[in-house]
Design a binder for this molecule. Structure first.
Ligand code: PGA
Length: 265
């Protein structure tokens, strides 16, 4: 894991956005994996800004979102399809036909899950997958106890996740307790993963993910097995790590190596 500890949420968003921008500059028809929640919003704003300044184009990009609420149609205001339109797709030059979010209204969720996996495979796999992390260390909607090699499937949400997401729903509004989510195995198949986390509320999950044992109770710990996982966090989310100075030292050395390699070109 590459651990990048930055001052605040704005720096985290900018760092994360730059990974996607570089990826798309190097490969115009990149396949990117996207996420919902509060954390990615600032990163999406960076992408929108750079697209509007003509610094990056999404015209040939294909996207796959991690998850969707089961039971909500894509035009439902609380659906993740709707969220993605509002937060990103409606503001950039991506072809909406090339954007994929699991179908929350699928008549047969099981075949829909398999079809989603097939679409990712046919697109050539995901080049870079964006992730947030739940306070319970879920990635996507892979809740604690998820299989570490799981594929896209229907997942029941924990009460903790339902409570965390209740802020997006009106008091008397129906809040789904099921989802379709890429599995942990699906996420691990991405060529690169970029996980963003900010704020003290994520500090325990980050500590367990980075330094704890590989365990189904901490789904994000599966990223310890990924060969190109970048964890971009602010000081608050890093505050429970055992030795933040060491992680900062590693990253400084890493940046020196990158600069050295750039000079060789
Ligand atoms: P958040 O959600 O960005 O809204 O904190 C992250 C997640 O649950 O994956």
């Amino acid at each position: 894991m590459q651990i990048v500890i930055l001052k605040d949420a704005a720096q985290v968003a900018e760092y994360g956005a730059n990974i996607f921008i570089e990826q798309i500059k190097n490969k115009a028809n990149s396949v990117i994996g996207l996420a919902t929640g509060s954390t990615p919003v600032a990163l999406y704003q960076e992408l929108i800004k750079k697209n509007q300044q003509n610094k990056v184009s999404f015209a040939d990009v294909t996207s796959f979102n991690l998850d969707e609420y089961l039971g909500l149609k894509g035009d439902h205001p609380q659906s993740y399809r709707h969220f993605m339109g509002e937060q990103l797709f409606n503001h950039i030059d991506i072809d909406v036909n090339n954007t994929h979010v699991p179908p929350g209204d699928a008549k047969n969720p099981l075949t829909a899950c398999n079809a989603y996996e097939d679409k990712i495979t046919k697109a050539g796999g995901i080049d870079v997958q964006l992730l947030g992390i739940g306070r319970n260390a879920h990635i996507g909607f892979n809740e604690p106890s998820s299989g570490l090699t799981s594929r896209t499937r229907v997942k029941t949400l924990t009460q903790a996740t339902i409570d965390d997401n209740a802020r997006f729903f009106a008091e008397d509004e129906y809040q789904p307790h099921l989802s379709i989510t890429m599995g942990i195995g699906t996420i691990l198949d991405s060529k690169k993963v970029v996980l963003l986390a900010t704020g003290e509320g994520k500090a325990d999950a980050i500590k367990d993910m980075v330094e704890g044992p590989l365990a189904a109770i901490c789904p994000a710990s599966a990223l310890q097995l990924h060969r190109d996982a970048v964890i971009v966090i602010d000081e608050a989310a890093a505050s429970k790590l055992a030795d933040t100075e060491f992680y900062k030292h590693i990253e400084a050395e890493n940046q020196k190596l990158i600069a050295h390699l750039a000079n060789l070109k």
